[in-house]
Design a protein around this ligand. Structure first.
Ligand code: ATP
Length: 436
């Protein structure tokens, strides 16, 4: 059973240190969040799981880390300066502002229910503009990137020359993006500062349809492999009127959020639009010469573009569960072991000095390979509950018998089953249970 109400996750995340309101001591900065001790680990694990599947386990994708600040030419070529805007309307009755394209009924204000109270729609550019250097003026204009994708296009020739890759191959990137969203909402689902995981896959034009289908399937399966039940996901092809200006086909991976199915990731056929646009504005050649066929061509691009922060919300919602253990109700996050902030908790049965040295030895043994939480306060039952609630797959208890038999108890988060394991077999037991 997943969470049915966003508040279940929001309050768990605040209580346990996953996500805090940003600048909370100053009353909070609207729709901006900080990731706490557990959230920062979970978010990092989401990104690492993506890099593992998209780069590490393949031989045809490389990773880059491009700048966040960029000059206007990049955004002129990409179309963001001209096209990257949302239609914005104000309600003249209650003074709230809305995105026209996201309204259920374009004539009724969702806030106050007034009919025909909207102003004319205005186009609002979503990019954050700033200035580079001390002098203001046109030459100093700079923008915070609204997507990571353009870094892959502007570095296409660099990567081609230095990586020994040839189409079909991909360039991947994970990092922050910024959009001045008109209606940021639903916690970390839509924020003005967020993280993306994007990959541009460059292919011979004739192969683009087949690669598009391939990436749609790969990406849908990635979420299922990492623990989201298949019935909470759909792959939704865009209608013709939804397509971006550059795209000949796009499908969204959508997750069943408490408010309905909504986007986690878009997989788009971007054709040769971006490379041609950057070639035209920069005057540089952005194509590929195939020495085997003696042909020169501009590759087509398939782009799986996901949000790391938004995906983290989906993983949390899907993992949330409540059940009963020994007649007591418990909350448990059934996170995939790769995503769980801590992989193992080491819990000495008592705080007594006699147990502490051995418990720390066990912690050190595991911490060399895994993120380990060490907790010695409160009774053991409460400590198990806490680990269940933060999604730790395994708990290792060091008790007084451990001092004699050199063994510990390993408890499983999902089944709550406990087994006794000799300390010198602990690492292999843990790695067998976690799967890595
Ligand atoms: P939406 O329709 O929700 O505004 P989009 O179609 O504009 O999203 P893309 O430009 O395709 O989004 O960006 C790729 C991914 O980046 C999205 O699928 C989403 O996961 C993430 N993303 C985009 N905007 C935001 C945001 N404001 N906050 C959090 N994640 C975002």
């Amino acid at each position: 059973m997943a969470a049915t109400d966003l508040d279940q996750i929001v309050s768990l995340c605040k209580r346990r240190g996953f996500v805090y309101q940003s600048a909370e001591i100053y009353g909070g900065f609207r729709s901006t969040y900080d990731y706490g001790p557990l959230g920062s680990l979970l978010l990092r694990n989401v990104k690492e799981a993506w890099v593992r599947s998209m780069v590490q386990q393949r031989d045809d994708v490389v990773l880059i880390d491009a700048a966040i600040l960029g000059p206007p030419q990049v955004w002129e070529a990409s179309g963001h300066l001209g096209n990257f805007s949302d239609p914005l309307v104000d309600c003249t009755n209650c003074k709230t502002r809305h995105r026209l394209d996201k309204l259920e009924d374009p004539d009724t204000c969702p806030e106050c229910g007034e009919k025909n109270s909207f102003t004319e729609a205005r186009e609002f550019n979503l990019m954050f503009k700033t200035q580079a250097g001390p002098v203001e003026g046109a030459g100093a204009d700079a923008y915070l990137r609204p997507e990571t994708a353009q870094g892959m296009f502007t570095n296409f020739a660099n990567v081609l020359q230095t990586s020994r890759k040839k189409p079909p191959f991909g360039i991947a990137q994970v990092g922050k993006s910024f959009r001045n969203e008109i209606t940021p909402q639903n916690w970390i689902f839509r924020t003005r500062e967020f993280e993306q995981m994007e990959m541009e896959f460059f292919v011979p034009p004739a192969e683009s349809e087949q690669w598009y289908e391939y990436w749609c399937n790969e990406r849908l399966n990635w979420y299922i492999e990492h623990g989201i039940p298949a019935d909470m996901l759909i792959l939704r092809p865009h209608d013709a009127d939804e397509l971006s200006h550059y795209s000949t086909g796009t499908s969204d991976v959508e997750f069943k959020f408490p408010w309905g199915f909504d986007e986690l990731e878009g997989i788009a056929q971007r054709t040769d639009y971006d490379l041609k646009a950057h070639a035209a504005v920069s005057g540089e050649r952005l194509d590929y010469f195939d020495p085997q066929t003696n042909e020169r061509y501009v590759p087509y691009v398939i782009e799986p573009a996901a949000g790391a922060t938004r995906t983290m919300a989906a993983f949390l919602l899907a993992a949330y569960d409540e059940d009963e253990v020994n007649g007591e109700s418990r909350t448990v996050l059934r996170l995939h072991p790769r995503l769980a902030p801590y992989k193992v908790a080491v819990l000495p049965l008592s705080k007594k000095d006699t147990l502490t040295p051995l418990a720390h030895e066990v912690r050190k043994l595991l911490a060399d390979r895994y993120l380990v939480d060490y907790d010695e306060t409160q009774n053991i039952g409460k400590r198990y509950r806490r680990q269940d609630e933060i999604g730790t797959p395994l708990a290792v208890t060091v008790d007084f018998d451990s001092l004699d038999d050199n063994a510990v108890t390993v408890r499983d988060r999902d089944t709550t089953e406990q087994v006794r394991v000799p300390i010198d077999e602990l690492l292999s037991t843990v790695s067998g249970r976690l799967g890595f």
